[in-house]
Design a protein around this ligand. Structure first.
Ligand code: GAP
Length: 432
């Protein structure tokens, strides 16, 4: 089994990710997150929010509607050829393939001849209103970014920020991808974490460089292996329709280096377009010079699901007979697991439950009393739990417990009363 298969199968077996609509044979490009998956996803989103919104003075949060006035997507260029995949259809089996997925000039499924390239728009259509015709046609958002642009004036009017400042949002995006695949890498429903950072035009390049650094630093906090991340500058001729320059942070996936995080210089493309289509002036007035400015925008944009998958791939470790997810404790589904040494000694179980319930007030904690200790360690290693606490006979005598570390398998005795501080200190070490 290669790494992709190992991680995909672990995700299903241990309740991280299930195929969407599985009992009906699935539905390509849609995934459901199980209890452990949702825990990891929430940790990723909370950490991002903390780094990109909470600790900063200059970023405002937003949670906008998924469905917007269809004019938004006309203005942004998404209904046109800018948001379309170049496709070629096989004349024999009629399967469609993205041009950029093709290695040879024939159908990868049956070897048949391919048609010329055609553009296929990937916005997901829906109807809002009483009839299903053009008058009620709209779209599920293809990116979260547009809602930020159309709310700029609201943020200016209510918070009066000064340039530079940003608006951040986490939310679902939908794309009718022609070839969803590579597990969560390319799906049709996914979540994005996006920031639009508004700057004075002259400050654009400097801010762009700063945000590239900041995003990489965030990934270092999250804890990737050295050498698995790199910058990739998009060549001018391959830039998206809105971009004046884009650098990706790429991850070294098992199928090759590929985009994890895009950092784009959108200049004033979006604001100018929305001003034109809405008839509203989307300008910022400089408080000192009174000059009206059309701000430029730096956009760091990353997919939660793609980040999730890369983190699990990166963390997957085999050492001898042991398999474990070397996930940062800031990301792992549980911070700690608690076990009584044996399940049939009432006194041990009672003390262990007290310790567990107390830890649960401060951390995400898991309880396990099945099988022997060795098996329980294995089960926790496989889902990435960084620390296991065992309550044994010595606990009843001197109030200490065993804390076992996932990465080193080393064990130490810690006073049960000190556990809260012990784990809080350990988690603090991880935050830069
Ligand atoms: N607002 C800019 C924007 O949407 P993008 O490069 O199309 O740019 C940004 O998407 C990020 O969203 C990507 O770097 C990737 O992490 C994630 N993403 C894009 N399409 C995706 C898909 N089909 N499935 C999963 N994640 C996707």
């Amino acid at each position: 089994m290669d790494l992709m298969e190992k991680v995909t199968s672990l995700c299903k077996r241990r309740g991280f990710v299930f195929q969407g609509s599985e009992i009906y044979g699935g539905f390509g490009g849609f995934w459901d997150f199980g209890p452990l998956g949702v825990a990891v996803k929430n940790n990723i989103k909370n950490l991002w929010w903390r780094y990109f919104v909470t600790v900063r003075e200059d970023v405002f949060g937003l949670d906008s509607a998924i469905i917007m006035n269809p004019k938004v997507w006309e203005a942004s260029g998404h209904t046109g050829s800018g948001f379309a995949d170049p496709l070629r259809e096989c004349r024999k089996c009629h399967h469609r393939h993205r041009q950029d997925d093709l290695v040879e000039d024939k159908c990868p499924d049956c070897g048949g001849e391919l048609t010329e390239e055609k553009k296929f728009n990937i916005l997901v259509k829906t109807y809002i209103g009483p009839v299903e015709d053009q008058s009620c046609l709209t779209y599920l958002r293809g990116e979260t970014a547009q809602a930020i642009f159309v709310n700029l004036q609201n943020i200016l009017d209510t918070f009066h920020p000064r340039l530079p400042f940003g608006i951040a949002q986490i939310g679902k995006a939908f794309r009718n991808e022609i070839t969803p695949g590579k597990f969560l890498f390319r799906s049709r429903e996914f979540e994005q974490m996006e920031l639009e950072y508004f700057v004075k035009p002259a400050d654009d390049q400097r801010q762009f460089n700063q945000w590239k650094d900041y995003c990489l630093k965030f990934l270092q906090v999250v804890g990737y292996k050295k050498g698995n991340l790199r910058y990739f500058d998009h060549p001018k001729e391959k830039l998206s329709h809105y971009s004046k320059g884009t650098t990706d942070i790429e991850y070294n996936f098992p199928f090759g280096w590929a985009e994890l995080w895009g950092i784009a210089r959108r200049a004033d493309f979006d604001l100018t377009q929305h001003a034109k289509f809405s008839g509203k002036k989307l300008l910022y007035q400089d408080l000192v010079t009174n000059e009206m400015i059309s701000p430029y925008v730096i956009e760091p944009s990353v997919g939660v699901d793609r980040l999730f998958m890369s983190l699990l791939l990166d963390a997957y470790t085999e050492e001898g007979k042991r398999t474990f997810l070397k996930l940062s404790p800031l990301i792992s589904p549980y911070n700690v697991a608690v076990f009584p040494l044996v399940a049939n000694k009432e006194e041990l179980v009672k003390t262990a439950r007290e310790i567990y319930l107390n830890l649960k007030k401060h951390f995400s904690a898991s309880w396990d009393e099945r099988g022997n200790i060795g098996k329980r360690y294995c089960a926790q290693d496989e889902i990435g739990t960084p620390w296991c606490v065992t309550i044994d006979y010595a606990t009843l005598e001197d109030g200490t417990v065993t804390v076992r570390d996932r990465d080193t398998t080393k064990q130490e005795r810690v006073k049960a009363d000190n556990l809260e501080k012990y784990f809080k200190d350990k988690l603090k070490e991880r935050i830069l």
